[in-house]
Design a protein around this ligand. Structure first.
Ligand code: ATP
Length: 152
């Protein structure tokens, strides 16, 4: 299919991606993991793109530090990106992964964007036969949580 599968260390990829975005946007991005290595069989470039999309949103819709958490258990790799930003209203949740969908015209115009990021993120997760979930509270923040099979 459309994937270029290799085995790589997700901790290293997350560190590199966080460093790159830190340099560009001067925002603190912390990577939390109990392990030195979280090995994943997947398409490394697409997983990097997934991280960039989630981090870019967290940067756009919050002002404070951003947390990436990585873990692996029973062959499932979990990756989440959390911010303490404006959050997403409950009734908007079902639409977030649609192409060109953006929450509330006014607040979206202030940040810019096409509304493609999360639809691409979902596509990448689907191609890896994983799951993506959103947890969010207005004014408190957002966590996007991804679960991927370790061996595709
Ligand atoms: P782009 O195409 O540049 O990513 P976008 O950020 O508008 O533009 P999506 O990434 O698809 O598009 O996100 C869809 C909508 O979900 C956004 O417009 C925004 O309202 C909301 N959203 C996504 N991530 C967050 C977040 N971390 N905090 C608050 N709202 C978010």
């Amino acid at each position: 299919d459309w994937l270029n599968i290799e085995s790589f260390n997700l901790v290293q990829l997350a560190d590199e991606t966080a460093d790159m975005l830190h340099l560009t946007f001067q925002r603190m991005i912390r990577v939390h993991t109990g392990k030195q290595d979280v090995l994943l069989n997947g398409d490394k470039d697409k997983i990097r793109q997934l991280l960039v999309i989630l981090l870019d949103n967290a940067i756009k819709y919050s002002k404070d530090a951003i947390d990436i958490t990585l873990s692996v258990n029973k062959g499932i790799v979990r990756l989440s990106v959390s911010d303490k930003g404006i959050g997403i209203p409950e009734d908007e949740m079902p639409n977030l992964f649609e192409r060109f969908y953006r929450v509330d015209g006014a607040r979206s115009r202030a940040t810019g964007g096409a509304g493609l990021g999360l639809s691409i993120a979902k596509r990448i997760v689907d191609l890896h036969e994983g799951k993506i979930d959103v947890f969010s509270k207005p004014e408190q923040g957002t966590t996007i949580s991804v679960a991927l099979p370790q061996k595709k």
